[in-house]
Write a protein that binds this ligand. Structure first.
Ligand code: SF4
Length: 104
């Protein structure tokens, strides 16, 4: 026998569904921070602080460049955002890598 659908049950189900969608959106927006020892990050000289770029290895770097001013950066929250080079990962707004492409 089915339980009767009560107003409370409808509200509770709606609240759970809303919370699940909100959690899902946060997870997608945040992603995982790009590890500094990620092989692709190492190959491209990624750093979380552009001031720490090894300019001997990566002479393309110029003062003032960072992920936040890169056309491939997708702003997120808390100083982190997405990057189309490192799909599914978050890079630091203050970071940099050798693929840096200035915003137009
Ligand atoms: Fe940062 Fe741009 Fe390199 Fe992505 S491509 S890590 S946004 S500098």
């Amino acid at each position: 026998m089915n339980k009767p659908i009560t107003r409370r049950r409808v509200l509770l189900t709606g609240a759970i569904a809303t919370a699940a969608v909100a959690v899902s959106r946060v997870a997608n927006a945040e992603g995982v921070k790009l590890a500094l020892d990620d092989p692709q990050a190492v190959a491209l000289g990624y750093v979380e602080d552009a001031a720490k770029v090894d300019t001997a290895k990566f002479p393309r770097y110029q003062a003032g460049q960072n992920c936040e001013t890169c056309s491939l950066y997708q702003p997120g929250e808390g100083g982190w955002g997405g990057c189309s080079i490192f799909a599914g990962k978050q890079v630091a707004a203050a970071g940099w890598c050798n693929v840096f492409a200035p915003k137009a």
